[in-house]
Design a protein. Structure first.
Length: 268
């Protein structure tokens, strides 16, 4: 079985050449030797007209290895709380295989993560990241993980298990945490709230991030994958985070009364 794209021609162009052009336009041409080695990135997942420039600016700054673990929120409520996909993905720019070695290592290390395709059927948050990754890594293999709302203690356990699985491979793995920020608030309010969350990421404070987003009612849809990615990166030796770009949907639409916030961060 192969997972087919579900938001092509809605969130991004379905035609391969049109998609290549827009991804290339949105991704800075950074020389290979100037790209950072990163353990994780946080990238937005809206339609490319809104968040593509932030996603491209972020991923364009880092080395994209052949294996990428993509974690995103569950927008549809289908499937398991921690659902790992094992089907290869057919994308407009070509087929993307699952890294079976990493997928098997994760399932062996974690009793909480289960193989489940249902959660991936209609989920866009992971799919929209793939063309950017393909653009920078022609030999891309992925492990897709959809994450529902889970307690902080579960985030901690899953992060430890992911770090064990990644560490066992003895090859570079990049984690991509897919998340938009505040939803449908004024630009001023969204920016204020979003920077409270961003500050916790920059401080390398995953528990503070989790508690701030929930306690301040920040509608950051990818809080769980971002918390897990930050925790796992710390387990793997991360020491700093950097904000690449913050913007909102009003930059494209002109409407600043109800925006969605977008942030791109690098954790290394």
């Amino acid at each position: 079985m192969t997972r087919m794209p579900v938001v092509a021609d809605r969130f991004y162009p379905a035609h391969p050449e049109a998609l290549r052009r827009i991804v290339e336009q949105m991704t800075p041409r950074v020389p290979q030797k100037a790209r950072q080695r990163a353990l994780a990135v946080v990238m937005p997942h809206a339609g490319y007209v809104y968040s593509g420039a932030t996603a491209g600016a972020t991923i364009g700054r880092v080395e994209v290895p052949e294996t990428v673990l993509i974690m995103g929120p569950n927008h549809h409520g289908r499937g398991q709380a921690l659902a790992l996909g094992r089907e290869d993905w057919q994308m407009p720019m070509g087929k993307v295989s699952i890294d079976r070695q990493l997928a098997d290592a994760i399932l062996q290390a974690s009793p909480l993560i289960v193989a489940d395709e249902e959660a991936h059927l209609y989920e866009h948050s992971l799919e929209v990241q793939v063309p950017f990754l393909q653009h920078l890594q022609p030999d891309l293999r992925i492990v897709p993980l959809v994450v529902s709302h889970v307690p902080y203690a579960v985030c901690q356990q899953v992060a430890r298990e992911l770090a064990v699985a990644i560490g066992s491979l003895r090859k570079p793995v990049l984690m991509v945490a897919s998340s938009d920020m505040s939803h449908y608030e004024s630009r001023q309010q969204a920016s204020r709230k979003d920077h409270m969350a961003i500050d916790r990421i920059l401080a390398m404070d995953p528990e503070g991030l989790y508690n701030t987003v929930l306690g301040q009612h920040i509608s950051m849809c990818g809080i769980m994958p971002t918390t897990i990615a930050l925790l796992a990166a710390l387990e793997l030796g991360a020491s700093k985070a950097e904000l690449v770009r913050y913007t909102d949907s009003g930059e494209a639409s002109g409407d600043t009364s109800q925006v969605v916030g977008y942030a791109g961060l690098i954790i290394s």
